[in-house]
Design a protein around this ligand. Structure first.
Ligand code: 6U4
Ligand code: NA
Ligand code: NA
Length: 156
């Protein structure tokens, strides 16, 4: 069997606001998302999360915490995408646009779910209330998932 593809995703959440980035190229282009990417050989998942956050948003987050994991299957593709989620409440530097992402603050009452991956509406509320989570989604194409499960773990 094929080893999972390891990916990271970082959310910066401060009280009633949340930083998202508009993906400008590649996988997920045109969607608002957290900041992240592929874990590279020789780095830990946490190191990858910190590196991708800096590369894509220009900020550093000293209190980054692992909050979840979701495995994504795409029908017809043998490789599972294993995404590790992290949350930070403080950051250093100023969010700035990069080649890959355009950052923007959103009020937590106006998250643009209609312009995000369709699984976001499921796990985002858990992230916002401070829970940890573990899940699985089976996508058919880029827009719809066929099956999923999502488990809320302890408060983080
Ligand atoms: P390049 O373009 O090689 O620099 P890289 O930044 O390493 O790529 P990228 O952008 O392909 O990786 O990573 C995809 C990002 O999108 C990861 O952070 C995971 C995230 N992602 C993709 N689909 C997702 C989904 N359905 N739900 C989710 N995160 C998703 O929560
Ligand atoms: Na990325
Ligand atoms: Na990247």
């Amino acid at each position: 069997s094929v080893p999972n593809k390891l990916l990271t995703l970082v959310l910066i959440h401060q009280n009633t606001r949340l930083l998202l980035g508009m993906k400008k190229r590649g996988f997920g282009v045109g969607r608002w998302s957290g900041f992240g990417g592929k874990v590279q050989p020789g780095e830990t998942i946490l190191e990858a999360a910190e590196r991708e956050l800096l590369e894509e948003s220009c900020v550093k987050a000293p209190d980054i915490k692992h909050i979840g994991r979701i495995d994504f299957e795409f029908v017809g593709e043998p490789q599972i995408m294993e995404v590790h989620y992290f949350k930070a409440t403080v950051f250093e530097g100023e969010p700035a646009e990069t080649e890959e992402m355009r950052p923007q603050w959103f009020d937590i009452d106006s998250i643009p779910y209609d312009r995000m991956w369709s699984d976001y509406v499921r796990w985002f509320p858990l992230m916002l209330k401070g829970s940890k989570f573990k899940g699985y989604f089976k996508f058919e194409g880029m827009d719809k998932y066929r099956d999923y499960n999502l488990e809320e773990l302890d408060q983080s």
